[in-house]
Design a protein around this ligand. Sequence first.
Ligand code: GUN
Length: 296
Amino acid sequence: MPAAILDGKKLSADIISGLRAEVVAREQDGLAVPTLAVILVGGDPASQVYVRNKRNACEQIGIRSVMHTLPDTVTQAELLALIGELNHNIDVHGILVQLPLPAHIDPESVIERIEPHKDVDGFHPCNIGRLAVRMPDLRSCTPYGVMRLLALAHDDLKGMHAVVVGASNHVGRPMGLELLLAGCTVTTCHRFTRDLASQVAAADIVVVAVGKPGLVKGEWIKPGATVIDVGINRLPDGRLCGDVDYEVARERAAWITPVPGGVGPMTVAILMENTLRAARKGDRVVTEMLLQQAGV
Ligand code: GUN
C-alpha cells in the first residue's frame, strides 16, 4: 500500500486559524497588534515569492507586517543599522531577514545582530543553543514544522532512528537537535558521509534537506519508514520537486510528505506562531516598563 500523506497544507491552515483566534482575543484584551518587520535585500524572484507567502499569512491572521525593501547595493553597515533600530522599536515584535543575502553581506553577522527575543526565524546562535541544551524558546521554523508533521504520524518518537541528510545551520543542524530532544537516535549525513544509501536504509525517520533533486533514491527507504522531504527544487519544465525520488519512496514508506504541500507551508505556520510568541514577550516588556514608571 502506498504511504499515507503528511499534509502540511492542511496542518498549516489549522495552525493559522488557531492563531487568528488568538490575535482576535489579544485585540479584545487591548494588547498590541503583533508586528513582524520583514527585510528583503535585492530582487531574487524566489525570495520575493517566499516573502509574499509570509505576508499573506500575516494578513490572514491579523499580524501587521512592515516591509523593508533594500537594494542589493545596500552595505552591511546599513543593514545592521536598520536591524539595530528595529531591535529598539517596542512596536516591532519579530524581525525576519529573508535569505540568501547578496555575496558582500555576511549572513551570520546579520542574524547575530537580531535580538534573540525578536528572532522569529529561530536562527540566532542563542536560540539554536537553547534547543541544544533542552531549553527551546524561539525554534527554527522548518525543523519545528517537521516535528509538528511527525506528530501526526507518531505519538512518541523515543528510540526511533532518525537520519537527517544535510547539515546546514538553518535546517539540518537544528533538525538533528529537535529529533534528539524528542528522544530519537540521530545520525546526520553530509557531504563527507561515505555511504549515504546504507545510512538512509537504516532509518525509521528520514529527513532530507539538501536541495538536490533525486538525491535520495526510493529503493534506499526502509519499508514502513517515515520520509520528510524538505527540498524544494524547480525542474527545467517548471515543476517543483523535492530531494527524494517520490514515486518509488511512496511505495515503500508508511508516511511521506509531498512537494509542494508538505514542509513548505509548515515553515510559514511556525513563523507565525513564533511571531505571536515574540509578541507575548513584548507584552511582558511593556508591563514591566509601566510598573517601573508607576514606581511599583
Ligand atoms: N530563505 C529560505 N528559507 C528561509 C527562511 O525560512 N527564513 C529566511 N529568513 N530566509 C529564508
